[in-house]
Design a protein around this ligand. Sequence first.
Ligand code: SF4
Length: 296
Amino acid sequence: MMPPYIEVKSILNKKKKRDSWFLDDYTINPYSACSFNCLFCYTQGSKWGTNMADKVSIKANALEILEKQLYLRSKKQQYGFIVMSSSTDPYLHFEKDTLLTRQMLELIHKYRFPVHIITRSDLITRDLDILKQIDRNSILPPDLQTKLNNKVLITFSFSTIEQSVATIFEPGATKIEARLQTLHTCLKEGFKSGVSLMPLLPFLSDTKEQLEKTFSLFGEMKINYILPASLTLFGNERGDGKWLMFRAIEKHYPHLMEKYKSYFDHSTHLPDFYNQAFYKKMKELCLKYRLKDRIV
Ligand code: SF4
């Protein structure tokens, strides 16, 4: 069933400061909420109930507003990377029918903006033709022109490379195998493509064995960058990310419940000792498998 349509006032959001990991000067979210429904997602919140997938809506007037906003920004030469997307996935299942992301990419190409796609879907392969044109014709912001040749960045997100774990924590996303295959296609087609491991799940995807398996896989694939991050969990209400994660851990990994509770009961972040060891380990693995931990 197609989600409902809503009207919005703005679609191209200007960031106050570009994020050094994602290089986002702007963000666009074609949809409100996200049907991939990852339990740990920061957009999960009590306002959506316990299933965010039921609350997705399509931004009906997005194209008309985007064209106006891109026209004004390009007139002032305010070029910069547009991240699609920051609080939804640009390739939700019904994108096959709405073509909203595709039509947005056509406008982005028309006004010559660079774009960074972040997705957990394989549907992006449909749009590689328009992405090629953007990569060829768009304009980088002046400070990135000496650091980067690419006007398209494609990042695939994973919290694990084990399908059995992904099925629990990223229930709506494209299967791991298909995501990996799509990443392979993007690399083969010459796109600057990498991976965000956001977030790695404590005791599930951050174990020594899993980290070796994950980094060696991406090292072999020769991805252009890898961006790992540790888990954060927000909110204490029913339906919030922390509540959803605790419920899933209790059901599927009850032996880990005490550990998750001790880490997150009174905090949104993992303890300092965990994070220090985590980021040290990530540096070591990047060196070992010759992976860059930044896009530029
Ligand atoms: S795909 Fe991204 S935006 Fe959607 S629920 Fe998962 S983490 Fe959140």
